[in-house]
Design a protein around this ligand. Structure first.
Ligand code: CAA
Length: 380
């Protein structure tokens, strides 16, 4: 049965997220972007509201919601501040989900519980300077040493890399056997031998932090391994499959914000003696934006539903991300276009949408990688 009606619980979450975003994210959003200032207080509040571990089972301190409820909340947070929704997305759909699926009882007790209730923040570290899209081509190496591993190497583009308390790291435990040599670990910040690089100066999502991580003879106990040796790449890919639904929902929230700003401006801005919304040229843009936004939402909800039903959702998650991120980029660009010269000015808040939208076509797999995943799946 196809049913687009939200449950009363989902409506409540949507309302709570919308009100939180209006009250606590909207004020200061331009300033945080300008100063690249992490929303520390807001993330703490989101933890208290249950937004940082939404899909974690209640027994592990989470809210126990399904993926549909998560994407509904994500859309609302992202509609106001994409950077905050990035922090939320990584913690929920990469880090918490990975511990839920693969963590040992002790790892869940030690890490998942505090990650889910907002006492800890997590980061997910896969990429390296020479391996972005070609994720398995990594060099960072963990050498087994008795009941420890000693890690050496450099990771980059780590979202939450500076602020997080723990990092889920993917690195080699065996060289020259490709992705089968990759293993996942959890590393606590403050472990000797782990240092963070400078906060990257980014085009968008500037309030979130991104950095390099350096491992120099970083010694960790073997119990910090997540899953078995050699299982890391599949763990990373499975987490990204879910993560891409979250990124699609982020993109959707941003696209919706762009449409709302454009509609409101089109009603109020007068040129040639009438509101610009009365011109077909503007109406056509708004109509395309609205249609693509609704289509993106349907793709996202379908992928989320498949995930909740325990079915394969790899292709659908990539489709949702591919389409929603392109929708966000187009909607943000048209929103700035409709605002004309004012749109180009920082104080109108729409140029940020254009800068922020771009990352949704890049991280957690570029649009070209999503096409590759969809194409491979069609041909298998
Ligand atoms: N789930 C489970 N297993 C999967 C999988 C998935 N979604 N995708 C692939 N695999 C498995 C394959 O089945 C295969 O296993 P078998 O040999 O047993 O069949 C194995 O993994 C290797 O798969 P491929 O041969 O397809 O691997 P590949 O090297 O060709 O790469 C890729 C595949 C899809 C291109 C992958 O490298 C990829 O997704 N690249 C993009 C990386 C990415 O998204 N990076 C984002 C960084 S994280 C980030 O941005 C987070 C942040 O901070 C916000």
């Amino acid at each position: 049965m196809i049913d687009f009606t939200l449950t009363s619980e989902q409506e409540l979450i949507q309302k709570t997220a919308r009100e939180f975003a209006q009250e606590h994210l909207a004020p200061g959003v331009i300033e945080r972007d300008d100063k690249a200032e992490f929303p520390t207080g807001q993330i703490k509040m989101m933890g208290e509201l249950g937004f940082m571990g939404m899909m974690v089972p209640e027994e592990w301190g989470g809210a126990g919601f399904d993926t549909i409820t998560f994407v509904i909340a994500m859309e609302e947070i992202a509609a106001v501040e994409l950077a905050t929704s990035t922090i939320m997305s990584v913690n929920n759909s990469l880090v918490c989900q990975l511990f839920t699926d693969y963590g040992t009882h002790d790892q869940k007790e030690k890490y998942l519980k505090p990650l889910a209730n907002g006492d800890m923040l997590g980061a997910y570290s896969l990429s390296e300077p020479q391996s972005g899209s070609d994720a398995s081509n990594m060099r960072t190496f963990a050498k087994k040493d008795g009941d420890h591993y000693v890690i050496n190497g450099t990771k980059n583009w780590v979202t939450n890399g500076i602020t997080s308390d723990i990092v889920v790291l993917f690195c080699l435990t065996e060289k020259a056997i490709g992705y089968k040599g990759i293993t996942a670990f959890v590393i606590e910040k403050g472990t000797p031998g782990l240092s963070t690089g400078k906060k990257e100066d980014k085009l968008g999502i500037r309030a979130s932090d991104t950095c390099e991580l350096y491992f120099e003879n970083c010694r960790i106990p073997a119990e910090n391994r997540i899953g078995e040796e050699g299982q890391g790449f599949k763990i990373a890919m499975k987490a990204l499959g879910g993560g891409r639904i979250g990124i699609a929902a982020q993109a959707l929230g941003l696209a919706r914000a762009a449409l709302e700003a454009a509609v409101s401006y089109a009603k109020e801005r007068k040129q040639f003696g009438k509101a610009i919304g009365e011109f077909g040229a503007i109406q056509n843009k708004l109509a395309d934006m609205a249609t693509e936004i609704d289509a993106a939402r349907m793709l996202i909800w379908r992928a989320a539903k498949l995930k909740d039903e325990g079915k394969n959702y790899t292709r659908e998650s990539s489709m949702a991300k591919l389409f929603a991120s392109s929708t966000a980029m187009k909607a943000a660009t048209e929103c700035v276009q409709i605002h004309g010269g004012y749109g180009y000015m920082q104080e109108y808040g729409v140029e940020r949408l254009m800068r922020d939208a771009k990352i949704t076509q890049i991280y957690e797999g570029t649009s070209e990688i999503q096409q590759l995943v969809i194409g491979k799946d069609l041909l298998k």
